[in-house]
Design a protein around this ligand. Structure first.
Ligand SMILES: Cc1cc2nc3c(=O)[nH]c(=O)nc-3n(C[C@H](O)[C@H](O)[C@H](O)COP(=O)(O)OP(=O)(O)OC[C@H]3O[C@@H](n4cnc5c(N)ncnc54)[C@H](O)[C@@H]3O)c2cc1C
Length: 303
């Protein structure tokens, strides 16, 4: 049996060293938690000339709040997102809680999810619903890309081969958010399809994201426009009245229409489209109920 080609495994403790390594040799692969990339390396599915471990670079493992956004370093693991950011980022924390097992959540990172860019990755729908921005860095400089422009195809993004995801910037929640995931089991499962919704009352906006129901994560733009129009026309942001069932149902239909799911081992295209409609309808119903309950709580506190 032939031995696999040698691969350098680099352990920089400074970002500039990592960027230099990425620029120096084409095909160099960054490693964060390793929950995707180490599986591929172990199975011999890829054999890069070098791998660069990012976990010793202190600046990548921090999050901070600034100017109404949370800037999450690329190697902050899901466990910390779920445990430390449920207040400012309830949707992202909810999605992080659904990822894999405790071991996977202890290792896996948002930077790694953006590197893999799997259509079924749990954090992507929430990043879309929140209009997050991805910060990319290379030896050539830094740039920020709206997450809605980040995904370009199956496992493909606008990230150049020498660029690293340095951080993701997520606006702090100003209303309820929800992440709904359908899978073959209730836990420890990759999504068959998923849906995120976030309310932005100050802008009269409802953000959405669909997972595992197209070749990439994507927003349900027509559903967003429809429900924003209904909420404005019916003055529901102010009155916090109930959302009619017809609005919830139409929202679900438009979300399903935005999806273009494929048949695979996790589910048929028809099932996925149906499930997106159900998840979207439920997720919007939940966040709207929470929005209304918030008024009740404030009124009770003032009485
Ligand atoms: C058993 C198991 C269960 C899983 N369950 C789920 C699940 O339920 N939900 C889910 O969403 N995912 C799941 N995953 C997939 C995986 O855990 C996630 O995609 C995770 O976010 C990957 O993060 P990581 O830090 O481990 O990435 P890594 O494996 O280190 O890297 C993943 C990819 O991103 C690149 N990369 C890493 N960091 C960067 C960076 N900073 N900049 C640019 N590129 C980078 C790597 O080169 C590689 O291509 C599961 C994986 C396993 C093995």
């Amino acid at each position: 049996m032939s031995r696999p080609a040698a691969m350098d495994f680099l352990l920089p403790d400074r970002l500039d060293e990592a960027l230099h390594a990425m620029a120096a040799r084409a095909g160099t692969v960054p490693v964060a938690g390793g929950t995707d990339v180490m599986v591929r390396l172990a199975r011999g599915l890829e054999r890069p000339p070098a791998a660069v471990d990012l976990t010793r670079i202190p600046g990548l493992a921090r999050w901070e709040r600034s100017a109404g956004r949370v800037r999450i370093g690329a190697t902050v693991p899901y466990t910390r997102i779920a445990g430390e950011l449920a207040g400012p980022l309830p949707g992202l924390a909810a999605a992080a809680r659904t990822v894999g097992s405790r071991q996977i959540r202890n290792r896996g990172t948002v930077g790694g999810a953006l590197g893999t860019a799997s259509a079924g990755g749990d954090v992507h729908p929430v990043l879309l619903a929140c209009d997050a921005e991805v910060e990319l860095v290379s030896a050539r400089g830094t740039r920020r890309v709206p997450v809605r422009e980040f995904y370009t195809g199956p496992g493909r993004t606008v990230r150049a081969p020498d660029e690293l995801v340095r951080a993701v910037l997520v606006p702090e929640a100003e209303g309820p958010q929800s992440y709904a995931k359908a899978g073959r089991r209730g836990a420890l499962v990759v999504a068959t399809c998923s849906f995120a919704v976030a309310l932005w009352p100050s802008r009269g906006r409802v953000g959405t994201g669909i997972g595992a129901a197209a070749d990439r994560p994507l927003p349900a733009c027509e559903a967003e426009r429809f429900v924003a129009g209904e909420l404005a026309e019916r003055r529901l942001w102010r009155s916090r009245g109930p959302l009619p069932d017809s609005v919830l149902a139409r929202f679900g239909e438009l979300a399903a229409a935005a999806a273009s799911p494929a048949d695979d081992v996790r589910g048929s295209s028809a099932y996925r489209r149906h499930a997106v409609a159900v998840l979207a309808r439920r997720a919007l119903g939940w966040v709207w109920d929470d929005y209304r309950a918030d008024r009740t709580a404030k009124e009770a506190a003032c009485a």
